[in-house]
Design a protein around this ligand. Structure first.
Ligand code: G3I
Length: 392
């Protein structure tokens, strides 16, 4: 029951039709040359609007993580962002926001204590600007993916503090005025909703006061960027999201420049849908914050042959639809990002053996029911439902 409507086909057809006016001579015996491919007579300009970006209109930024670094470095394919041209075209066409999957993390940007490597981070910024997209920066302070020289270095607390301050000033400053949102502080709470005072080098060595400092330093470096707390398993109302709610209230009362709270949205059909997602986001919105869903994917337990059944795909589509509808229902939730768009590049199978198929496209770029679920929910909200470009 897979829908095999290849994403690129429509856009290529439209581009060709638009680029071939001479062949469409009126009354001419030659007549327009039929473009190769599906043979649809899609008017130029319509097929290229058959995207998530068009469906979203002005409702929210619909984003995607740019694949690279992390688990990709051990995979048997070249770097996706710089090597896979059809993938780049999908990123450019389908989305209005991009996030760096790994390319702005410490282990990527900081090969050595005195060195920065901005090559790939800059490339993402430039690509986004060339395509009229905004960028979410991910991430400045985290317990994970820190370089070995940092984690195993023998730094005194004052040195660590200087390192972090300098990192934030340099990285945020580099993209000042160009970054829509930063995940300033990532995953500082553990699964018991306690601060990671052991595993997070910054919290361990510098104490919880460093959280406010990170926000202050980021705000100094870029007063225009919206500064977020970001974490997983905070989709619904639960002890972990409660802890953020309390922490953020305290920081706001102290005048700390916190602008947003985001939930990652790594969901699994195994655990059921967080039906209080909108309610949870709404309470942060009521504090005057922006909210966002920053890393949405919906994994499932795969059958032995690896092929999800139609029922599994429908269930997944329902999750994607409900997340999209929840985001759209909360004022100030202006960004919804998918953590990847192709299963072959997804982090899921490497981390959860036996699970997968978590993204909205098949590896040949054809669309899963989940893609249509997101597109339909966006189009309903933007008023573009029923637009001929989105007709099936
Ligand atoms: O660095 C170790 C290396 O020492 C070890 O030999 C090797 C063995 O597999 O693993 C290396 O770690 C890899 C790491 O990236 C560092 O590059 C992990 O295997 C690999 O799974 C990891 O992947 C990234 C992961 O973050 C790290 O936490 C993924 O590409 C990336 O998609 C994922 O993204 C995170 C977000 O940033 C935050 N929220 C959760 C999300 C999914 O985990």
């Amino acid at each position: 029951m897979r829908r095999r409507e290849t994403l690129t086909a429509g856009a290529v057809t439209a581009t060709m039709a638009a680029a071939a006016p001479a062949a469409a001579a009126p009354g001419g015996g030659r007549g327009p040359k039929k473009p190769p491919g599906n043979g649809h007579s899609t008017p130029p300009g319509l097929a290229k609007k058959d995207t998530l970006a068009f469906a979203a209109g002005d409702t929210l930024k619909i984003g995607c993580a740019v694949a690279g670094g992390g688990h990709h470095t051990e995979a048997d394919y070249p770097d996706p962002f710089t090597s896979d041209q059809p993938y780049r075209e999908v990123l450019a066409r389908e989305f209005t926001s991009l996030s760096a999957e790994n390319q702005m993390k410490w282990d990527y940007l900081r090969p050595a204590a005195a060195t920065y490597d901005f090559t790939d981070a800059d490339a993402i910024m430039d690509f986004a600007e060339a395509h009229g997209q905004v960028v979410r920066g991910h991430t400045l302070m985290w317990h994970n993916q820190n370089p070995t020289w940092l984690e195993e270095g023998d730094f005194a607390p004052a040195q660590l503090r200087d390192l972090l301050q300098e990192h934030i000033a340099t990285v945020v400053g580099r993209y000042a005025g160009r970054m829509q949102q930063w995940d300033v502080v990532n995953e500082i709470l553990d699964d018991d909703a306690a601060l990671r005072t052991t595993g997070n080098i910054w919290l361990r060595e510098l104490g919880p006061g460093i959280i406010a400092d990170c926000f202050r330093w980021a705000h100094e470096a870029d007063p225009d960027a919206l500064l977020f707390f970001n974490d997983y398993n905070v989709d619904g109302l639960n002890p972990k999201s409660d802890a953020y709610y309390t922490l953020i209230q305290d920081l706001l009362a102290e005048g700390v420049p916190v602008h947003g709270f985001s939930t990652q949205g790594h969901l699994s059909t195994r655990y059921g849908f967080p039906s209080d997602l909108a309610e949870n986001l709404q309470r942060f919105a009521d504090l005057g914050l922006q909210t966002a869903i920053t890393e949405l994917d919906v994994r499932m337990d795969l059958p032995e042959d690896g092929e999800p059944t139609p029922e599994m795909l429908e269930k997944q589509a329902e999750y994607y639809r409900r997340v999209t509808e929840a985001a759209l229902s909360v004022k100030g939730c202006s960004s919804l990002t998918l953590w990847g768009v192709l299963d072959k590049y997804s982090w899921v199978p490497g981390t959860f053996p036996g699970e997968g198929a978590a993204t909205v496209l098949w590896d040949d770029f054809s669309r899963k029911p989940a893609y249509y679920a997101v597109q339909d929910a966006l189009a309903e909200a933007s008023g573009r439902a029923g637009h001929p470009a989105l007709a099936r």
